[in-house]
Design a protein around this ligand. Structure first.
Ligand code: ADP
Ligand code: TRP
Length: 322
């Protein structure tokens, strides 16, 4: 049974790109029975410096995952910082990680290119992410395309550790879901909280309707046939939230001409809103019961630590720290 692991950084409100690119595939995989999912609060340190905000996002993301179907009876679900050994493994593997490898990381290059003055955390981020994965003998990591390079780095780092100290760490595989590899945002670019083009999973109905109705389209009249209908942003999003035949029907009507963009966006909003309706109910129930949510995370950390302790013992032994 391959062990599946993924993490999500609590640095903002989750959007449907996160849902279709990361959460839904992960939740589907929990049925396999060896799934490890964590809230990457250490990873939020480079993005957030307000303690209350970090706590709030962490709690919010716990609610989001549980509401969207993460089942703590099936998957191990914990807060990264509840197993601080991940920092110890970061040091062990970081000491073998070439500067050149980290300098080539997109995450680092993109931020410095934008003029953000990099700190150690930003530079070392791929090493912490590798430690997240390697600490739990992970076989498969389901992520979006943007994380591909980090998975390659994780593999390089694990292989190097094993060559240096003997077979110790499990070398993981990435799993990128091509059909939802990149969910487009309101402006057609990749949906990302850093581009301000997101549709949140949970949020205020009126504000979300406004966002979706505000999607900018071209100036062709409703009557005009649109041979490029499959590329239309609302169609692409509709395919995610509506049944396949419904989305195909809208696409055909757009292609043939006669479907106005306003009506298309209205349909997109309705399907989006209905898609997440049951999760919205569940989230409200969970939010009323914060002690339960905290207990789920603590129990998860206890279970995660059982694996982490074994891997750390092996790693310390291999490199002569014990
Ligand atoms: P953001 O770009 O909004 O900061 P994150 O980098 O925190 O999102 O991504 C968290 C997870 O969600 C990752 O696994 C990432 O690959 C996935 N993800 C984020 N945005 C998208 C998207 N637009 N399409 C598909 N997957 C995405
Ligand atoms: N860096 C990932 C992101 O921004 C989140 C993450 C942290 C992660 N550690 C991980 C994902 C380990 C998979 C495995 O989306």
């Amino acid at each position: 049974m391959p062990r599946v692991l993924t993490g999500i950084t609590p640095s903002g409100t989750l959007h449907i790109g996160n849902y279709f690119g990361a959460m839904r595939p992960a939740i589907e995989l929990q049925a396999g029975g060896d799934a490890y999912y964590f809230i990457a609060d250490y990873h939020s340190m480079t993005a957030i410096t307000d303690a209350a905000e970090r706590r709030g996002f962490t709690q919010g993301i716990a609610l989001d995952w549980l509401a969207c179907g993460l089942d703590p009876a099936k998957a191990v679900f914990w807060r990264q910082s509840d197993v601080p050994e991940v920092c110890e493994l970061t040091w062990l593997i970081g000491s073998l990680t070439p500067m050149g490898l980290l300098e080539r990381a997109h995450s680092y290059k993109d931020k410095t290119a934008k003029g953000i003055s990099p700190n150690f955390g930003l530079f070392a981020y791929p090493v912490l992410m590798a430690a997240d994965i390697l600490l739990y003998d992970t076989n498969v990591v389901p992520v979006g395309k943007d994380q591909k390079q980090h998975l390659e780095m994780t593999r390089d780092i694990a292989i190097k550790f094993n060559l240096t100290y003997g077979e110790t760490l499990v070398v993981p595989e990435e799993q990128i879901r091509e059909d939802v590899a990149v969910v487009p945002g309101l402006d057609g670019q990749k949906m990302s909280k850093s581009y301000g083009n997101t549709i949140e999973i949970f949020g205020d109905e009126k504000a979300l309707r406004k966002k979706i109705m505000g999607i900018v389209m071209d100036s062709r009249t409703p009557a005009e046939p649109k041979p490029d209908a499959e590329k239309n942003l609302a169609i692409q999003l509709l395919r995610l939230v509506a049944p396949a035949d419904v989305a195909a029907d809208y696409e055909n009507r757009l292609r043939a001409g006669g479907l106005g963009y306003g009506d298309l966006k209205k349909a997109l909003f309705e399907h989006y809103w209905n898609y997440f309706a049951p999760y919205r109910v569940k989230r409200a129930e969970l939010a009323a019961n914060p002690d339960y949510v905290e207990q789920v995370l603590r129990d998860g950390a206890v279970r995660a630590r059982v694996v982490a302790d074994k891997v750390m013992a092996r790693a310390r032994q291999a490199c002569g720290l014990r």
